[in-house]
Design a protein around this ligand. Structure first.
Ligand code: C2E
Ligand code: CA
Ligand code: CA
Length: 256
């Protein structure tokens, strides 16, 4: 894994986030892939859990972060209007004192404003330790980053978390959308969570939007929702992503 890191085999892919109101691209999420010369493209589920256990995920996350800074810096240099990009932060970082310092060093090297970067944190990151979680968010905010709560609705998520955490963005897990199709009660819960987030002035991103029906249900709920999913684009390599952002809009593409 150290050799793979040195050879640049951990590559950030980008998945756009679409504003439902006008269809414009409002941001992107960076998602790592291991491009192995023998195995080909290895998806994160095959190595991230293992690297979380041995701590190597810290290096991978920083490597993805650097690729994000490089992309943002290139947009700024070309005079293009940059959109915020989010990165996933593993809980392993929190075991380190000053976990933010290496991030800050990379960002300083590329001269990218922190306001263009969002950290995606999962609730399980500090499950049972909300004070640490709060401290992390305060620290990230103090340095100018945005924070999102990832995978909301997939596990332990509770309304109590929403009450206490000063997050900027709530990312509703794919399972939320799937269950909302199975009946009015589930849909009512989704609708309720969206309006609670709105009242708390928290932006909502819905993950796993795959069909036009899902997108139109969401836009009827609240047209400020930001959608992320295969309907717009799968995660793509940097050059493809660059082209998507140059256009600023992706035509929904539903596969049968
Ligand atoms: P995640 O953070 O919840 O990322 C969203 C996952 O949903 C991505 O899977 C994405 O490809 C997938 N997805 C997006 N739209 C759709 C859709 O419409 N339908 C379906 N079925 N799936 C959709 P991916 O890229 O395989 O990543 C899996 C997980 O691996 C991520 O879940 C995240 O937890 C982790 N991961 C990915 N990159 C990184 C990273 O750089 N650092 C860390 N620490 N974890 C990462
Ligand atoms: Ca994520
Ligand atoms: Ca997620």
């Amino acid at each position: 894994m150290h050799g793979a890191l040195e050879r640049g085999e951990f590559v950030a892919y980008f998945q756009p986030k679409q504003r439902l109101a006008d269809g414009s691209i409002g941001g992107a999420e960076a998602l790592v892939r291991w491009i192995d010369p023998v195995r080909g493209l290895v998806p994160p589920d095959d190595f991230v859990p293992y690297f979380e256990r041995n701590g190597f995920i810290i290096n991978v996350d920083l490597c993805v972060f650097e690729q994000v800074c490089a992309l943002l810096a290139s947009w700024i240099e070309q005079g293009r209007q940059p959109v915020p990009i989010s990165v996933n932060m593993s809980r392993a970082h929190l075991r380190e004192q000053d976990f933010l310092t290496p991030y800050e060093q990379i960002r300083a090297r590329y001269g990218v404003p922190a306001s263009l970067i969002e950290f995606e944190l999962t609730e399980t990151l500090v499950f049972g330790d909300p004070e640490t979680f709060m401290g992390v968010i305060d620290l990230l905010h103090a340095r100018g980053y945005r924070c999102s709560l990832d995978d909301f609705g997939s596990g332990y998520s509770s309304l109590g978390t929403l009450q206490n955490l000063p997050i900027d963005v709530l990312k509703l897990d794919r399972s939320f959308l799937m269950s909302s199709e199975s009946g009015e009660r589930c849909k009512a819960i989704l609708d309720g969570v969206v309006s609670i987030a709105d009242k708390l002035a928290v932006n909502v991103v819905v993950e796993g939007v795959e069909t036009r029906d899902q997108a139109s249900m969401l836009v009827r709920m609240d047209d400020r929702i930001i959608a992320q999913g295969f309907l717009y684009s799968r995660p793509v390599p940097r050059d493809v992503s660059d082209a998507q952002f140059a256009v600023g809009f992706i035509e929904p593409n539903e596969r049968p």
